[in-house]
Design a protein around this ligand. Structure first.
Ligand code: TYD
Ligand code: MG
Length: 454
C-alpha cells in the first residue's frame, strides 16, 4: 500500500501546528485559520542551537560579555531609529508588517536613500529593478550606496549577501521569497518559516542587520507575519487608513527596546514624511469648538500625544441602538455608556453612539476615557466643549475618575500646545505649578458634568 505524503495543519494566525484539521485553532481561538502544508522533515539533533547562530558554546559570566562593539546603526530616519530603541542592532532581524499598499516598500526604500553611508543590499521579489529605480527617483535622496537585487530564491539571496557583506540588507517581501528545500508554494506557512529562519541564521552569523517586509491582511487569513513574531527580534507594524495620508508605525515586539512607542508619517507625493510632533497634526484646526469632540492627553510610550476624540450620538432608528468604535475598544465604550446611564443619569440606551479616534489612531491608554465621555455628552447635548480644554483620566465602574500615570508630562504638553485647562482626577498629584494652564480636578462623572456643562 502506498503511503500518503505526510501533511500537517498550521494556523495562519499564530503558527500553531496540528496533525488534523480543526475549524478553530485551539491555541489562539481564531476560526478558519488552519491550512494544510507538507510536513517538514525532522532536523538532526543539534540543529536548533546552530539555527540561532550562537558561536560561543560555553556559559559566560554576564559581566564578561563584550557588547561594546555592537553599537547601534542609525537608519537615517529619526523616527524609525527611535521606534527601534535608538537604531538597529547589528545582526538583528526586523519584520515590518502591514496591509498591501500601506507604504512598506516606500519606507524600506527610503531607508537606504536617507543613509548613504551604509552599503545596502535591497532585495526585491515584487518589483523589477527598473520599477525600484523609478520609485527611488521619485523619492529623491542619495542612492549611491544601494544595490538592488531582484531574486526570489532565498539561497541565492543569502549567497550574494555573504559575498557582498553589506551594512544593511532589506528583503521585500517574505511572501515572495522561497526555498527549494521545502516543496510548498512561495507564501505558504512552511515556506515563510523557512525563509525567515534562513535570514535569521544569516543575520546572526554575519552580524548584518536585516529588515524583512511582510504583508498582513485585516483578517490575518493569508499566512502572514503573525507566525513569524516569535522568530524575529523586532516586529514593527505599519498601519493607517488607506484613505487618509497618515501612517502609524508601531512596535509590537522589540527585544532591544520598548514596545510602547509609535511614530507618525505622512504619505506625500514624494514619499513618507516623518511627523516629529504628531499632536499638532491630530488636533483640529477649527477655531470654534464643534459639538461631539474632546481632546485627550494620551501617552504613547514615553511621549505625550494630544489628539481629538470624536463622537456622534443620535436617536436610534431601529429597535436596538447601534454602538460603533473606531480605534477604541468597543466593550470599553459600552462600559463607559453604562456608567453615564447608571451613575450620572443620562439616558443613552435608546441612542446610537459612534466613536472615532482622529487620524486613524488605535488607543489603549485608559486616560482617554475622560475625553470619550465628554465627546459623547457634548454630542448628546449639542454643546461644544471650548477648544482650549483637554482631558486625561480613567473612568471607573462607579463613575469615579481615577488618576493616570505621568500626569505632569501630559499637563506640560497640553500647556505647550496652548491649552488653557486640563481636566484630571482629583487624586492626581501634579507636582509644581505648570505655566499657562489650569489643572481642574474632578472626583467623579457628576462633578465633571457640573464643571464643564453647567
Ligand atoms: P507601497 O510602498 O508600494 O506599499 P506596500 O509596499 O506596503 O504595498 O506604497 C503604496 C502606496 O503609496 C501607493 O498606493 C502610492 C503611495 N505612494 C505615494 O503616495 N507617494 C509616493 O511617493 C510613493 C512612492 C507611493
Ligand atoms: Mg510593496
Amino acid at each position: 500500500m502506498a503511503t500518503k505524503a505526510k501533511t500537517v495543519f498550521y494556523c495562519t494566525s499564530c503558527g500553531n501546528e496540528s496533525p488534523k484539521w480543526m475549524g478553530r485553532c485551539p491555541a489562539c481561538g481564531e476560526w478558519n485559520t488552519m491550512k494544510e502544508a507538507p510536513a517538514e522533515p525532522k532536523k538532526a539533533a543539534g540543529g536548533a542551537s546552530r539555527a540561532v547562530g550562537i558561536s560561543e558554546r560555553r556559559p559566560q559570566q554576564l559581566r564578561e560579555i563584550d557588547y561594546s562593539q555592537d553599537a547601534r546603526i542609525s537608519l537615517g530616519l529619526g523616527e524609525v531609529d527611535r521606534i527601534l530603541g535608538g537604531g538597529m542592532v547589528p545582526g538583528s532581524l526586523v519584520l515590518i508588517g502591514g496591509e498591501p499598499g500601506i507604504g512598506k516598500s516606500t519606507l524600506s526604500l527610503q531607508i537606504p536613500l536617507s543613509c548613504s553611508n551604509l552599503r545596502t543590499l535591497y532585495v526585491t521579489g515584487e518589483e523589477s529593478a527598473k520599477q525600484v529605480g523609478m520609485r527611488a527617483k521619485r523619492l529623491g535622496g542619495d542612492d549611491s550606496n544601494c544595490s538592488i537585487f531582484c531574486e526570489t530564491l532565498i539561497g541565492t539571496v543569502i549567497e550574494e549577501a555573504r559575498a557582498m557583506m553589506p551594512d544593511l540588507m532589506i528583503v521585500d517581501s517574505v511572501q515572495t521569497m522561497y526555498t527549494d528545500t521545502v516543496e510548498s508554494a512561495p507564501g505558504s506557512v512552511s515556506q515563510i518559516k523557512e525563509v525567515a529562519a534562513a535570514l535569521l541564521r544569516f543575520a546572526k552569523e554575519s552580524g548584518v542587520p536585516v529588515i524583512l517586509i511582510g504583508h498582513i491582511t485585516k483578517d490575518g487569513f493569508i499566512a502572514g507575519p503573525k507566525i513569524l513574531e516569535h522568530i524575529v527580534d523586532v516586529v514593527l507594524q505599519f498601519e493607517g487608513e488607506n484613505r487618509g495620508s497618515y501612517r502609524i508605525l508601531r512596535s509590537i515586539k522589540n527585544r532591544f527596546g520598548s514596545t510602547a512607542e509609535l511614530a507618525v508619517f505622512e504619505m506625500t507625493g514624494t514619499g513618507l514624511r516623518e511627523v516629529a510632533n504628531p499632536s499638532e497634526l491630530l488636533i483640529p484646526m477649527h477655531e470654534q469648538g464643534l459639538s461631539g469632540t474632546a481632546i485627550a492627553a494620551m501617552l504613547d510610550g514615553t511621549r505625550p500625544l494630544l489628539f481629538e476624540v470624536q463622537a456622534l450620538v443620535s436617536s436610534a432608528v431601529y429597535g436596538t441602538a447601534q454602538r460603533s468604535a473606531t480605534g477604541f475598544d468597543a466593550r470599553r465604550l459600552n462600559m463607559l455608556l453604562a456608567v453615564l446611564e447608571k451613575r450620572a443619569g443620562f439616558h443613552l440606551s435608546a441612542k446610537d453612539v459612534f466613536l472615532n479616534m482622529a487620524g486613524g489612531l488605535k488607543v489603549s491608554d485608559p486616560a482617554v476615557d475622560l475625553a470619550v465621555i465628554c465627546a459623547v455628552l457634548s454630542s448628546n447635548f449639542d454643546f461644544a466643549i471650548p477648544a482650549d480644554v483637554c482631558f486625561a483620566g480613567e473612568v471607573g465602574l462607579s463613575g469615579e475618575i481615577r488618576p493616570v500615570g505621568q500626569i505632569e508630562r501630559r499637563v506640560q504638553e497640553a500647556a505647550r500646545l496652548g491649552f488653557k485647562r486640563i481636566f484630571v482626577s482629583s487624586f492626581s498629584k501634579v507636582e509644581g505649578k505648570p505655566e499657562g494652564i489650569r489643572v481642574v480636578k474632578v472626583a467623579d462623572v457628576p462633578a465633571l458634568v457640573k464643571a464643564l456643562f453647567k
